[in-house]
Structure formats: C-alpha cells, structure tokens
Design a protein around this ligand. Structure first.
Ligand code: AMP
Ligand code: MG
Length: 440
C-alpha cells in the first residue's frame, strides 16, 4: 500500500463504489424541500389553469359578433356585467353583449374570446364615447365599441393548457429548484416527498488546534477546518454534526469517531492522517472499521484516507474520510471526494460541479506525478462575468500563494485549475481544465 499513489479517478471510483441514495424519505411543503431530491413524483391535484381564464384585461365576447369589426366601422356590444379574478362568473355572454374581464378571471359562459381593452372604446349610458383603450378600471361602461376582429380563443388561457389534473408534473429524482417549488405548489401539491439529508460528522484533530475565538496559548492555532468543513457539508446539502476537536490521542479520536458512527452517515476527520508519531487517525479508522484507500496522486491533498465501518443495526457502512490537516488540502479533498459522495447519498444525479476550459495568465509550479488543483481567480468584466479569450477559454490568474496552508488564496479563489500529473510547471498560456467553485 505504501509507495503507490492512486489516481484521482481510481480514488473517486473507490469512494463512490456501492453508494446509493439514502432510502429514508421525508414529507414537507414544496418550499421547505428546496435543494432536496424528490423521492416520488409530484402529481398535480388541480389542472393549471383550473378553468379557462383571461390573459388580458378586456371584454369577454363572442368572436362571431366582431368578425366584421374595423377601425372605421366598430361593432357595438352591450356590457352586461363584469368578472373579477377570484370571483366565479355570474353572468352569461349572449350575442351582442360583452362582459368586462380582468386578467386571470374565469371566462364567463357563452364567451369564446377576449378582446383586450386597448382595442375598444367605452360608451356611457347616452352613447358618448370615453377615451379609446384606457385601462379597464372605473365604473362599468354601458357598452363598448370593438375596433378589430379577434379570433375564437383570443387572449384565453385554456384550462389545463399548462398542467392537466392528476398527472406527474415533476419526476422522482429531480432536484427541487425554485421553479420546481413554484410548479409543485402551483399544481396544488401541499406536500412533496424527498430524500432525507445525509448527516455528516466533522472532527478536527490536533494538540495545537483550538476553537476559534478562544485563547490560543503559546502554541495553539485556531480551528479553521472544523467550521470550514461543516460549512462545506451544509453547502453540499447535508446536515453537519460537530464532533469537536480531538487531541492527538487514539482514545480521544476513537471515542469521538464512535459518536459519529452512531449518529452520522459519513464522518470527516481533518488532520492526524499522516505517518507522524502523533498521527492516530488511520489507527482509529482501523479499529472502528477498515481503510480502503490511502494516498492519492493530488496536490494539495496529502495525506488522504478513506474507509468504511460496519455498525450494528445500520443497513449500510458509515463512510470514513481522513483529510489532511492543512486547510487548503482538506478543502480540496472534500471538494474532490466527499462532496460527490454526499450528493450521491442525497440522491442527486449530478455529482460534480460545472467544468470549463481556462488559460493560465501566469505560470505555476507543482509536484511531478500529482494532479495539481491550483486556486485561481477568473479575470472578470465590470459586471462580474468571467473574461474569455478568443478561443472561449476563461482567463485565470493565481488567487494567491499555492501552499496548502494559504487560506487567503483559497478564499479569494473562484475555481480550481487542474494541472496534469506529468507537468512540473505550467507556463502562462497553458490551457487547463477549470472546476468552478462558485457555481452549482
Ligand atoms: P496534520 O495533517 O495533522 O499533520 O496537520 C497539518 C497542518 O495542518 C499542521 O500545520 C496543522 O497545524 C494544521 N491543521 C491541522 N488541523 C487544523 C485545523 N483544524 N485548522 C487549521 N489548521 C489545522
Ligand atoms: Mg496534526
């Protein structure tokens, strides 16, 4: 196991092997399901629109009445009533009559078309015309002149033309986006069924690591990874569980791990994964489960361990991720290996972030034999959109120092530029794959 470095693809295949979406389901209103994955289809309980309604403010009429209308010889119709949105029609349109109608109001019986108010002139009880095409507000006119012919179904939204009643409107497996929230709610679904969020336990380790904001003493450093990883967990769509900060002792790491095993689907540990005298995480993984892989050909991201632990009473093993203590390394390994697993557990079809092509504006060095994931920033137009060269490639520069401890560059980066294993250096002008961090 030692000397050999696993490729990124082989490592990802190993961590994803046999993993399926969580079977546990939850019911909730569409709004609360934002970001979840639908476990069952959303079925409409109502047609959309539920009844024929008007697409415009105007008059519900019979189209045959206005077939001969023109500017010079408008057709006069008697206005016999009004339909407002939210009120069922109580009047019928007969030949020679019109009913004033508001956008979204139900089409009254007898009408087969709506003529927009802009194409009419109101007449008062004495037959005096008002201003042409004014808004359909104010007292109901006694009659109106229609200046143009309109065809049958003009400005009418037919019942069920968007969605029929009792049909599948969103498929199982779909991501609940804001538009899906609107569609599900609009189609009358009070509740939707989604997969539960994975629970991901996060444990920071290190005798030097202290909770941020507490006294650091002479040799302490603030815990960046615990809060950072829990934020990544949340952003990936899972619920974080805080296992605190363990000292570099097997008993402490193991006890906290066991809490993670009983409460979480996946445990992420930062630090202590290396081969130093105080690095106890791999030993702890081996005592609660078994390690499946160790050492991947990436930079940053050394060292990285993955394992599984079978837990009594659980129908699937709890996944164990040992990430490097260096914050940039733990972030990148989470991004590459943990996030796809969380998304698979949550039921998402798409596991990876969007990928682009980029061109380096400046050169960067890296270790031969490891795939580099450089923290980069896209050059941007004043409106914030990324600048591309003539070949459509995003122009990127380094976000700052590329050391695996440089958090400021990580925070400044909006993407990772992927530099292939064989290269020791990629010069300015090199084309690279770009993995956006700030998008979907
Ligand atoms: P390790 O992987 O435990 O050897 O740690 C590598 C480097 O990351 C060391 O410089 C640690 O001090 C640092 N480190 C480990 N854990 C954290 C943490 N939670 N927050 C910030 N830095 C850390
Ligand atoms: Mg350590």
């Amino acid at each position: 196991m030692s000397g050999v470095l696993l490729s990124v693809e082989a490592a990802l295949a190993t961590v994803l092997a046999g993993i399926e979406g969580l079977a546990d389901l939850e019911e909730m209103g569409p709004e609360g399901a934002l970001g979840r994955v639908l476990a069952t289809p959303v079925v409409s309980t109502t047609a959309l629109p539920p009844w024929d309604n008007s697409a415009m403010d105007g008059y519900a009429i019979r189209s045959a009445d206005v077939a001969a209308a023109s500017e010079g010889t408008p057709v006069r119709l008697t206005v016999v009533g009004e339909v407002r949105a939210g009120v069922a029609p109580d009047v019928r349109v007969l030949g020679g009559t019109a009913v004033r109608i508001a956008t979204g109001a139900a089409l009254p019986p007898g009408a087969d078309a709506v003529v927009p108010v802009e194409l009419t002139t109101p007449l008062d009880g004495s037959g005096n015309p008002g201003p042409r095409g004014r808004e359909a507000v104010g007292p109901l006119p006694a009659a109106c002149l229609v200046h143009v012919p309109v065809g049958a179904r003009n400005a009418i939204r037919d019942a069920g033309s968007d969605v029929a009643a009792g049909v599948e409107v969103v498929a199982a497996g779909s991501l609940v986006t804001p538009a899906v929230v609107a569609l599900a709610a609009g189609a009358g679904a009070g509740l939707v069924t989604v997969r539960r969020r994975p629970v991901v336990a996060v444990l920071a380790t290190g005798d030097e690591v202290r909770a941020a904001g507490t006294d650091l003493g002479p040799a302490g450093i603030p815990d960046a990874n615990g809060p950072g990883l829990r934020a990544l967990v949340r952003e990936a769509g899972a619920t974080p569980l805080d296992l605190g900060i363990a000292v570099d002792r097997l008993e402490d790491v193991e006890a906290r791990l066991r809490r993670g095993l009983s409460e979480a689907d996946l445990v992420v540990v930062s630090g202590g994964v290396s081969v130093g005298p105080y690095d106890v995480v791999r030993t702890a993984f081996d005592s609660v489960g078994h390690i499946n892989l160790w050492r991947v050909a990436i930079q940053p991201g050394k060292p990285f361990a993955f394992g599984r632990a079978d837990v009594d009473g659980r129908d699937r093993p709890v996944l164990l991720f040992g990430l490097p203590g260096n914050p940039v390394s733990s972030f990148v390994t989470f991004e590459l290996f943990v996030r796809p697993v969380i998304r698979r557990l949550a039921g998402h079809a798409t596991l990876q972030r969007p990928v682009d092509r980029a061109v380096l504006e400046e050169g960067v060095s890296k270790s031969v034999g490891r795939r580099g994931f450089q923290r980069v920033t896209a050059l941007r137009a004043p409106d914030g959109s990324p600048l591309r060269d003539g070949a459509g490639r995003v122009r990127v520069r380094l976000a700052g120092g590329q050391g695996s401890h440089v958090l400021s560059a990580l925070a400044a980066a909006d993407a990772l530029a992927v530099v292939p294993e064989p290269l020791e250096r990629a010069e300015a002008g090199t084309e690279v794959e770009l993995r956006w961090l700030d998008r979907g």
